[in-house]
Design a protein around this ligand. Structure first.
Ligand code: NAP
Length: 489
């Protein structure tokens, strides 16, 4: 960038935080524009983000494989309709290799804080490996990077093994052990069937039953892969077809309750088919809120796992954890050797867990303490030259996040191009534009299923939804296509 010329190598044009899909996509876009003076900070010992870290047994994605890749680097080699975690991780590695990104990634380098200096228009970043400076900071830290452990009394007293699904303890052999699993979300329903046949006993603590639909997975045959590899147009056609299949679900989630009811009927049929003989178990597993309000889960082997004689679904709630086990609210103490938390992530903390100070020392954590608002999910008033990927109200309940990442990256690149083209040292979104934008977002969320009354990680403590994009994904693509300089100071 022109204004960065002559800066010392320790002053980067762009510092990207996070090396998952968001960070890598941003880096590739910079490279394409000939910007090479950037760095990617990664807190972990390896790149890859969510899909590297979440390596619990059975981990897989429930968005179609051929949508779960960058549009500019499609992957004809997926072996299944839904990608297993290992294939996504393999794909991530191929991205880093193909775009020669490895030298740009600083591993085991955690962002602790960042401060904006108005005089120089530069950010000073405090990392676990020292200080660096950058003109632009892109936070691509992901919403699902900080494992959440619920505050259950006595957890610190437990003498057995404890771990979270996002930090799976592969060194611990579960064979023959008495295991408690807390949580029945997207992660738990994937690893429970994997471990149920190994453990001596499995106590599964469910707070809210999820809606579950059949997982229509299948192998992608060799001839299909051959065709996708050799006929580029087919890759696009197939991807487009998958996109439409996922995108239509938004119609139901936003405005057609009868479509949701039809999907609920399908889910209940799935439950009856898979658990035909146990009405009490079916009752415990029947949700009492609208399908889609929490993330809809896809699995064919979770319900059957719950019918095993060594598995018990517990809905009594947890009173406390003791040295040797868990006491339920039913007063029963159930001794266990290990507790696995499938309790999800601290989504709010993903933006506010750093000490980031913008213009005039304003704190991002303070700004977002009740839920962070951003303009088009990417820029926050008071924080010049700071951008977010998968920022507020850009996550999805119905389609591939990669599509949203590419849209946000395109927008941020628009900002960077505007800076370069016009010799601008600093860009900050106007507060009025941000307020107007978010009022419209919240208005639009009002009639959707996500705000229909259940408790989910989509909602902040104040009940507002700062997480999901309330529209078709192509509508987000449209508003991020051009950078709107007029809305920036
Ligand atoms: P999650 O969906 O947030 O589920 C957390 C589970 O823990 C819920 O069942 C929750 O119950 C329960 N829980 C939380 N605190 C509890 C407490 N104090 N006592 C008892 N239960 C408690 O987390 P996740 O399963 O890790 O998934 C997070 C997100 O990651 C998903 O929504 C999805 O976006 C993504 N993901 C995707 C895939 C995939 O593509 N297949 C797989 C894994 C994860 P309540 O429902 O009552 O809160």
């Amino acid at each position: 960038m022109s204004e960065a010329k002559g800066l010392s190598p320790d002053i980067f044009d762009v510092a990207i935080v996070g090396s998952g899909f968001g960070g890598l996509c941003m880096a590739i876009a910079l490279q394409r524009d000939g910007i090479d003076n950037f760095v990617i900070l990664e807190k972990d010992e390896d790149f890859g983000g969510t899909w590297r870290v979440n390596d619990y047994p059975g981990a897989a994605c429930d968005v179609a494989s051929h949508l779960y890749s960058f549009s500019f680097f499609q992957n004809p080699e997926w072996t299944r309709r839904f990608p297993p975690r290992d294939e996504i991780w393999e794909y991530t590695r191929s991205v880093v290799h193909h775009f020669r990104l490895a030298p740009k990634i600083r591993l085991s380098t955690e962002l602790e804080g960042a401060e904006y200096d108005e005089a120089t228009g530069l950010w000073t970043l405090a990392t676990s490996r020292g200080i660096m400076r950058a003109r632009i900071v892109v936070l691509a830290v992901g919403a699902l990077s900080r494992p959440a452990f619920p505050a259950i009394a006595g957890l610190d007293r437990f003498k057995g093994t404890v771990f979270h699904s996002a930090r799976w303890n592969h060194a611990y052999d579960l064979t023959g052990k008495r295991v408690a699993v807390i949580g029945t979300g997207a992660s738990a329903i994937q690893f429970v069937p994997e471990i149920a046949g190994k453990v001596a006993r499995l106590d599964l603590y469910q707070r809210t039953p999820p809606w579950i639909l059949p997982r229509r997975d299948r192998a992608i045959t060799r001839p299909e892969r051959w065709l996708l590899r050799h006929v580029k147009a087919l890759q696009w056609l197939y991807r487009g077809w998958q996109y439409l299949q996922w995108e239509w679900r938004y119609i139901g989630f936003s405005s057609m309750p009868w479509l949701i009811r039809a999907m609920q009927a399908m889910a209940l049929r799935h439950l009856r088919r898979q658990i035909p003989d146990d009405a009490e178990l079916r009752r415990k597993l029947t949700p009492d809120y609208a399908l889609g309000c929490k993330r809809v889960l896809l699995t064919n082997d979770y319900y059957p796992a719950l019918t095993r004689p060594n598995v018990e679904l517990l809905t009594c709630g947890i009173e406390a954890i003791g040295e040797d086990g868990i006491t339920g609210r039913d007063g029963v103490v159930r001794p266990v050797d290990a507790i696995i938390f499938g309790t999800g992530f601290d989504v709010a903390e993903s933006w506010t867990g750093f000490d980031i100070r913008g213009r005039g020392g304003v704190s991002l954590a303070e700004t977002g303490k009740d839920g962070l608002e951003a303009y088009k999910g990417c820029a926050v008033a008071g924080f010049p030259n700071l951008y977010l990927i998968i920022g507020p109200n850009t996550a999805l309940g119905h389609n591939s996040i990669i599509y949203m990442i590419e849209s946000s990256v395109r927008y941020v690149m628009g900002a960077i191009r505007a800076m370069r083209g016009k010799g601008i040292a600093s860009l900050e979104v106007k507060r009025a534009a941000q307020t107007r934008y978010n009022a419209a977002i919240q208005e639009r969320l009002k009639g959707t299923v996500w705000n229909s009354g259940c408790k989910s990680w989509y909602l902040a403590g104040n009940g507002k939804n700062y997480t999901l994009w309330p529209g078709f994904t192509f509508q987000y693509r449209r508003i991020t296509r051009e950078f709107d300089l007029a809305n920036y100071d």
